[in-house]
Write a protein that binds this ligand. Structure first.
Ligand SMILES: C[S@@+](CC[C@H](N)C(=O)[O-])C[C@H]1O[C@@H](n2cnc3c(N)ncnc32)[C@H](O)[C@@H]1O
Length: 474
């Protein structure tokens, strides 16, 4: 009797609201979208899970209570592990003839290359890259090549580590690859040679949860592959993941993902580049984290002493704004309500930001002043206004607005950071020290790989290291 027949006794029926609950939980935890018209698909998959276990009552209970971790094959059932060697020939041609040779040239002094294959499935993708690098560098090279390959599905990773494949994994692959790099270990089963296998490190990793970077030994990647993974995810999740990739890509590094997986509203952070008929996304130079010009910030970070030495201690009064005519008079709302409120208003702020980025500071200021009148509790309005005044050179008004933003959210790291920048400009070194220490205090309570709100993609560890550099240079 086969496995299916042995267990096909489950008669569990899911209520529509139970299915919706399960779909929402899956979307939140793994980024896999089975909501809406995909609920039927989900039901089919979880019914198949129940049919294939002797513990269908227990699994049913786990499913409707959201305890997915207790079901060993749960994620395996939901994900699609489809992959093969050199999948997308154009891309691998581009890698072999342009991208990897360029990278090798660029890294000729360090002899170090770091690559991440995110959503690697059974390993064909990272191993394909390892094979191409072996082709280009020769088998006895002395380079330090780190290829990290991750997937949310632990079952598929077991297969990847074994590196034993059938003909199916070589469909559309030129014959030299199998002949040169694999040996037939059982009839129709081919194992990758050990020297290539050991170039790849596998790890279980959920792109929704992180961490970013996925392993502690590698901070920056030259290439990040994330292909045929994001297509199943909602746009907001995709943007979040691409932003996190950006933070750990090396300068000029490439993100390799399918064009249909890249949000249609192109992220300015990446420059699309066509190489041999395939589109790659190269890390674009970071924009200033807010309307403060980069050069101005850098000037002050480089030589904070230049601005003078007048010293005054920072007191609570400096952080909590004193009321004046234009200041909001009601008490602040909770930060949760604040955040919801701010998110709703993103569009208006984006428009203001665009004007400021174009240098149309007068117009940006006017709109932003109207904005804070209309939404007197929105901390980001004050933060933006502070940035605009800073760019206009009106430090007093900038300071006032950052303090207002902090009034509504004392843990607003970027508002502290920019306030610290003003103190540097004014030569108030002790205040600056204290303010940047406040920044560090806030960041210490956050995940090092989390992105810092309103920093345009900086992660906590990056902003912390900037604050430390400033403090050390004082
Ligand atoms: C279709 S395969 C892609 C394999 C390979 N990248 C390729 O293009 O040939 C998609 C893989 O993404 C993985 N995946 C799905 N959601 C994920 C998540 N939240 N975090 C990490 N991996 C995920 C799945 O387990 C699956 O192995």
């Amino acid at each position: 009797m086969d496995k299916m027949n042995a267990f096909s006794k489950s008669t569990h029926k899911f209520q529509p609201e139970q299915l919706v609950f399960i779909a929402n939980q899956i979307k939140e935890r793994y980024g896999l979208d089975y909501t809406g018209d995909k609920l039927k698909d989900l039901e089919r998959k979880i019914q198949s899970l129940l049919q294939n276990t002797a513990q269908s009552d227990v699994y049913f209970h786990y499913l409707v209570s959201g305890n997915f971790n207790c079901i060993p094959n749960f994620i395996n059932e939901l994900t699609i592990p489809e992959t093969y060697f050199l999948r997308n020939r154009n891309l691998f041609e581009a890698l072999q003839h342009v991208i990897l040779p360029e990278l090798i040239k660029r890294k000729k002094y360090t002899h170090q290359i770091n690559i991440w294959s995110a959503g690697c499935s059974s390993g064909e993708e990272p191993y394909s890259v390892a094979i191409l690098l072996t082709e280009l560098l020769g088998a006895n090279h002395h380079w330090q090549i780190k290829i990290i390959a991750t997937d949310v599905n632990p079952e598929i990773l077991k297969k990847a580590k074994k590196a034993v494949y059938t003909e199916w994994s070589f469909r559309g692959t030129p014959s030299w690859l199998k002949e040169k790099y694999f040996s037939e270990v059982l009839p129709g089963k081919f194992q990758l040679k050990a020297e290539v296998r050991q170039m790849v490190t596998f790890k279980m990793h959920n792109l929704v949860d992180g961490p970013y970077p996925p392993v502690s030994g590698v901070q920056r990647f030259d290439l990040i592959f994330c292909r045929n993974v994001l297509i199943y995810m909602p746009k907001a999740t995709v943007i979040e993941i691409l932003t996190k990739f950006y933070a750990i890509l090396d300068d000029d590094g490439y993100l390799i993902t399918g064009p249909s997986e890249f949000p249609s509203l192109k992220l300015k952070k990446y420059k699309p580049k066509t190489v041999r008929g395939t589109i790659l996304y190269q890390k674009a130079k970071p924009e200033p984290s807010n309307p403060i010009s980069e050069t101005r910030l850098k000037k002050n970070i480089d030589s904070p002493r230049k601005a003078g030495k007048k010293v005054r201690l920072l007191s609570a009064k400096d952080v909590i704004p004193q009321r004046n005519e234009s200041a909001p008079v009601e008490s602040p709302k909770s930060s949760e309500i604040q955040n919801k409120h701010d998110n709703l208003l993103n569009d208006e702020l984006t428009q203001i930001r665009r004007l400021a980025d174009k240098g149309l500071l007068g117009e940006a200021r006017k709109l932003c002043e109207e904005y804070v009148k209309k939404y007197p509790f929105a901390k980001r309005g004050y933060f933006y206004l502070g940035n605009i005044y800073l760019e206009m050179g009106d430090l007093a008004k900038a300071e006032e607005n950052f303090k207002r933003a902090l009034y509504f959210d004392p843990n607003y790291a970027m508002a502290h950071f920019n306030l610290g920048t003003i103190y540097l400009m004014q030569g108030k070194s002790e205040q600056a020290q204290k303010t940047f220490k406040n920044v560090l205090g806030i960041l210490q309570k956050m995940e090092p790989s989390a992105s810092v709100p309103d920093s345009d993609g900086l992660v906590v560890s990056q902003l912390a290291s900037m604050a430390q550099t400033i403090i050390a240079g004082q």
